[in-house]
Ligand binder design. Structure first.
Ligand SMILES: [Zn+2]
Length: 66
C-alpha cells in the first residue's frame, strides 16, 4: 500500500504524472489521490481529474508508458 498524488501541472507531452508521495520527484503542486495497492489503481483515479495521466518513470515504473 502506498499513497499517491498526481501532478497538477502537465509535462511537456501533456501527461500528468502520478507519484508515490515518497517519490523524490513529487511536485509541490499536486493533488492527493489516496492509498492504493498498485499504481494502476492510482492512475485510474488520476484520470478522473486528468484524462492524460501516466505513472512516474521513477516510482511507478510499472505504470509508466512513453
Ligand atoms: Zn515519482
Amino acid at each position: 500500500m502506498a499513497s499517491y498524488s498526481v501532478n497538477n501541472k502537465a509535462q511537456t507531452n501533456g501527461d500528468h504524472e502520478v507519484h508515490e508521495t515518497s517519490c523524490r520527484y513529487l511536485p509541490s503542486d499536486k493533488k492527493y489521490l489516496g492509498d492504493y495497492t498498485s499504481c494502476s489503481s492510482a492512475v485510474t483515479e488520476a484520470k478522473k481529474t486528468y484524462s492524460q495521466s501516466n505513472g512516474c518513470a521513477t516510482c511507478s515504473t510499472a505504470c509508466h508508458t512513453s
